[in-house]
Design a protein around this ligand. Structure first.
Ligand SMILES: *Cc1c(COP(=O)(O)O)cnc(C)c1O
Length: 423
């Protein structure tokens, strides 16, 4: 049963209601280990499902192009104030539709087409929107890409500095989607300052860890911070751009009218709710537990003979290089899915295999930590992953199905926010 319930949908559109029910049950029954995913609270679900979706509000609080903004203005201002307070920034824009449009707004604000822009290469752990070729950001700007060291999988700040001095990028992105280690914001800031680039910290993955004090903050180092709101921050699908007062106007102009029309007010409300939740003491405990779980899982996986990129993790994410297991990431991710463990295949740095069947597997602990799992369960999770990889090598489907049953049984004791089984 949904919490909040969906009785009208069940009556008016039973076909769709049944599909939503199926997805909810699936989310309940499996270990969700996709590093960018989470479970939002029923309060966030209620806000995002509210009548705020009915309202058009182009503009910003106090400066709108449509009437009837008495409440919407207060809702957006609440989200802005909470974002500024939680992260300690001078400015916050809570309107970007998602992480990719937020990053696009940053390009619009600080670069011209054809300008050099710098980011981490996608196969090294960067994001598409940091200038990868298939992205508009790679097609419309001149991407300069830094990598990680072959020996230890870490960002090579000497390479970053050399590239930046030579190419003089207008924007430097730090952060990414498959980085298992702490990002050195002060080091990036030093390079950006030297070459006169705008430093953008894309904290989409780690925003919740930063809010909870489990990862250093880029505030005071990055000129601009972009983030999604739906990963470790545990809010609705959306994004924010945080900045110094100096860049506030440029950021706001780029989001609206530069790139977007009306903001998604129901999402803004959900973001406000999530920001309030993230300011509570319990969220700080949650953020630290995510990291403790990832560390415990990394240690247990290492004991099972898994080779981890950088040898471990400082955050919520583990990148496994499956080369020594004699199997690619794609068949392993598919086998794990059958075994009730949801992950994604991923490239590893200097991957000799193709991007659609790379050598790596990305694992994350944000969602299972929301369910209430702790270090105590991580050896069991690692044992299941190890057994599933062995089963994948041998095409042993009965073993995968046995693991899925074990996962279901374990998770029955850990309630899922937003849905509960009907008995
Ligand atoms: C997820 C992510 C994004 C993009 O977010 P979407 O909401 O999927 O567009 C951008 N940057 C980084 C680093 C991300 O991890």
């Amino acid at each position: 049963m949904h919490v909040p319930p969906i009785p009208h949908l069940t009556v008016t559109d039973p076909e769709l209601a049944a599909l939503i029910e199926g997805e909810a049950q699936r989310q309940h029954d499996v270990l969700r280990m996709i590093a960018s995913e989470n479970y939002v609270s029923p309060a966030v679900l209620e806000a995002t499902g509210s009548v705020l979706t009915n309202k058009y509000s182009e503009g910003y609080p106090g400066k709108r192009y449509y009437e009837g903004q008495r409440f919407i203005d207060q809702i957006e201002q609440l989200a802005i104030d909470r974002a500024k307070a939680l992260f300690g920034t001078e400015h916050a824009n809570v309107q970007p539709y998602s992480g990719s449009p937020a990053n696009l707004a940053v390009y619009l604000a600080f670069a011209k087409p054809g300008d050099p822009v710098m980011g981490m290469a996608l196969p090294m752990g960067g994001h598409l929107t940091h200038g990868w070729s298939v992205s508009a950001t790679g097609a419309w700007f001149r991407p300069v890409r830094y990598e990680v060291r072959r020996e230890d999988g870490r960002v090579d700040m000497d390479q970053v500095r050399d590239l930046a001095r030579r190419e003089r990028p207008k924007i430097i992105f730090c952060g990414g989607t498959a980085i298992p280690r702490t990002i050195d914001f002060p080091a990036f800031a030093e390079v950006a300052r030297e070459v006169g680039a705008v430093l953008v910290a894309d904290i989409a993955h780690i925003a919740g860890l930063i809010a909870g004090g489990a990862h250093p903050s880029p505030v005071g180092y990055a000129d601009v911070i972009t983030t999604t709101t739906h990963k470790t921050l545990r809010g609705p699908r959306g994004a924010m751009i945080l900045s110094t007062a100096e860049h506030a106007k440029a950021v706001d102009k780029a989001v609206f009218p530069g790139l977007q029309g009306g903001p998604h007010n129901h999402t803004t409300a959900g973001i406000a709710v999530a920001l309030r939740e993230a300011s509570e003491e319990s969220f700080s405990r949650y953020a630290h537990q995510i990291v403790a779980n990832a560390r415990a899982l990394a240690a247990a996986l290492t004991e099972h003979g898994f080779d981890l990129v950088t040898g471990g993790t400082d955050n919520h994410l583990i990148l496994v290089d499956l080369t020594n297991k004699g199997i690619g990431g794609k068949p392993v991710a598919r086998a794990l899915d059958r075994a009730g463990i949801e992950t994604n295949y991923n490239t590893v740095p200097y991957d000799p295999r193709k991007p659609f069947d790379p050598s790596g597997l990305r694992l994350g602990t944000p969602a299972l930590t929301t369910r209430g799992l702790t270090e105590a369960q991580m050896p069991q999770v690692a044992a299941w992953i190890s057994a599933a990889v062995d089963a994948a090598v041998k095409d042993d489907e009965p073993t995968l199905d046995r693991i899925a049953a074990g996962v279901r049984e374990l998770l029955a004791a850990y309630p899922m926010p937003g849905w509960e089984p009907t008995r």
